[in-house]
Design a protein around this ligand. Sequence first.
Ligand code: NAP
Ligand code: GDD
Length: 329
Amino acid sequence: MTRSKRALITGITGQDGAYLAELLLEKGYEVHGMVRRSSSERFERIEPLLDRIQLHEGDLIDQLSLVRLLEKIKPTEVYNLAAQSFVPTSFSQPLLTGEVTALGATRMLEAIRVVDSQIRFYQASSSEMFGKVPTEPQDESTPFWPRSPYGVAKVYAHWITVNYRESYDIYAVSGILFNHESPLRGTAFVTRKITDAVARIKHGLLDKLRLGNLDAERDWGFAGDFVEAMYLMMQQDSPRDYVIATGQKHTVRQFVELAFDRAGLDWEDYVELDPAFLRPAEVNTLCGDASKAKQELGWKPKVNFQQLVNMMVDADLHRVERMKDGLLP
Ligand code: NAP
Ligand code: GDD
């Protein structure tokens, strides 16, 4: 008899959490999300799903809250997406980043080991782990050289996931995902910072956009495509780690050019360089090779770079217009 599928998503209020919850609902899962206590609710991204998912209070910093959640929900799969995920914050709050992003994964794995070691576990690993890259493109065999406390924390979480798989025979997998974006991306990350600013400038609400390193290169994909890879990794006969990427890299400057162009604006009239957005150590370039995922999971991205930029600019133009018309807060 097959067990009915019940997923627990940590980080369900984040960008990926929202897309993954929607995908798992489509696949017939009972979807549960862990949310941390806050003085105000931050459910905007999952608003359309609220009547179809169940939310529970918990925090990756609190071990017993995780144990109790697994005992209560009895999930068949846990997707650990929660993290302090913003690289600059990891320089100003390295210890918090280590507690949540690194040790948080261990706490969830310990909870699985104690409550039910049959629960499958997905860890949200990151291309930031490659950091100062020795070769291009990066794949599953490329060594890690993280360049931020966030990257270091993700390397720890990655290896503890491998270790629990090897030590306790837990189905624990790690998806090494390159940057993925969407209209739901947080506005601090560079892509959404740009598209949000383009929309505000277009509607006369902003004069200038201040950015840091325009020469940084990233392999940017669409979050909706990338959560499908997470799901696929959890459905295999044996647990393996995969790089998930588009294989195409672009500079921040190229993103800026295309985004302003989409709104009929010349970026050079609006963009200013601001050293406040430079990092103590930068990851200059990232570009992934997802051949293993293509061969073994049948995964490939559907949305290309130009389509991603257009999708994000169009969504922000629409949102800011509605905001201006008083239809949105
Ligand atoms: P995100 O939008 O920043 O979401 C992070 C989530 O983690 C939010 O739901 C946040 O809750 C939650 N969270 C933070 N601290 C927590 C804590 N102590 N306990 C419980 N929950 C906590 O991130 P994302 O872009 O969706 O990324 C999802 C995961 O993939 C993250 O682990 C990220 O590091 C990793 N990743 C992302 C990318 C990418 O390009 N997006 C690439 C590789 C890996 P609040 O809403 O309450 O803040
Ligand atoms: N945020 C930001 N703001 N980045 C800027 C800016 C700016 O004003 N100007 C230039 N950049 C450059 C950064 O220096 C970096 O090289 C690049 O734009 C991308 O920055 P982010 O969008 O903040 O993302 P990230 O690559 O540091 O991290 C994201 O991707 C990782 C996967 O590689 C996050 O989502 C991480 O959580 C994720 O693991």
